[in-house]
Design a protein around this ligand. Structure first.
Ligand code: TXA
Ligand code: MG
Length: 308
């Protein structure tokens, strides 16, 4: 495999990225959550190429990433609640699923959309990028999301035209996804924005009905998986296991998500830790409290541990 093209995040690289995107190429972009694999949403061939490079099933739709919050109305019907959420949290780690403005035959009637918070966003606008991007996480389908440029290179290598390196992602876990229906909200994926932050805007936020047909097609049970088995709520280290700790502990751990028990630090470290420990048979993970970001961390760990 030829070498991955990793370049530092600076204005020259951003300009190069815009010309690659305009030519129908693929660029891996750092966001506050995880690294994404971006294509120009207006270029059907480039969008198809994303599915091929990731090995992503065709039925799994892509999140649109708008370059400014005002662009949301170009793609979707924005209800009052949706507008309040956009005003409060964009740019940031919240994805909204909204009714599409126009839908082509075979397309879902909804579109998932977010506006990420990173310097390349303004640089792309200034360089004259007019449309929007589609951008799933820049990993092989079903694998752990990447939180560094090297993770992207390890998964996708030279299949990506350019990987922009801005260091490790600050949030480290994917965006929170909320579907808005008639000014009510359904949580499709807990994520980097804790659900408690949504309460003032959506007091009756519902959890998806697990028996209903899959509402976020990517949210299959076994997703976000390392090769190793994952054992949850582990309070001891057994033989053939690597132990992933959280908080102060007497166990001789292999890595710790946060030695002080800080959930933001744990979210930031989660995917790097799973990738680094993925040489053993089983990764045993300490119990993680469920409050705040712990909800999203536990969600990803449960998926990593699910039967495959
Ligand atoms: O933080 C993030 O959201 C990252 C960064 C790169 O922005 N992106 C990301 O994309 O996690 P992806 O494709 O790995 O996960 C998006 C999820 C998938 O589970 C997909 O099925 C779901 O969003 N999705 C996309 N469109 C949808 C729709 N119209 N209705 C329900 N779910 C949708
Ligand atoms: Mg993904």
């Amino acid at each position: 495999m030829t070498k991955a093209n990793i370049q530092p995040a600076n204005s020259e690289t951003f300009a190069r990225a815009v010309s690659i995107l305009k030519d129908g190429g693929l660029v891996a972009l750092p966001t506050e959550t995880v690294y994404g694999l971006a294509a120009d949403a207006g270029n059907q061939k480039a969008v198809k190429h994303i599915y091929a490079v990731k090995g992503r099933p065709a039925h799994n739709p892509l999140i649109a990433h708008v370059l400014s919050p005002e662009k949301a109305g170009d793609l979707a019907e924005i209800s009052a609640v949706a507008q309040d959420l956009i005003d409060a949290f964009w740019p940031g780690p919240l994805t909204l699923v909204l009714p599409r403005k126009t839908s082509q035959p075979g397309e879902l009637p909804t579109i998932a959309m977010r506006c990420p918070d990173r310097p390349w966003r303004r640089a792309f606008i200034e360089a004259g990028f007019k449309g929007h991007l589609v951008m799933p996480s820049a990993n092989r389908s079903g694998h752990i999301s990447p939180t560094t440029a090297q993770h992207v290179a390890d998964d996708l290598g030279s299949a990506v035209d350019l990987i922009i390196d801005a260091g490790p992602c600050t949030d480290g876990i994917e965006s929170t996804i909320v579907k808005i229906e008639n000014n009510h909200g359904v949580l499709l994926r807990p994520g980097a924005l804790p659900t408690s932050a949504l309460a003032p805007y959506i007091p009756d936020l519902r959890l998806p009905n697990v028996d209903a047909p899959i509402s976020a097609p990517g949210m299959l049970k076994s997703h976000y998986a390392p090769n190793a088995k994952v054992r949850l709520d582990a309070t001891e280290k057994r033989c053939n296991e690597a132990y992933l700790a959280f908080g102060p502990t007497d166990i001789a751990f292999d890595l710790s998500l946060s030695e002080t028990g800080d959930l933001s630090e744990a979210a930031q470290n989660l995917y790097s830790a799973l990738r680094r420990l993925d040489t053993v048979k089983t990764i045993a993970v300490a119990p993680i409290p469920l409050q705040g970001l712990g909800e999203a961390i536990n969600d990803r760990l449960r998926r990593a541990a699910a039967e495959r």
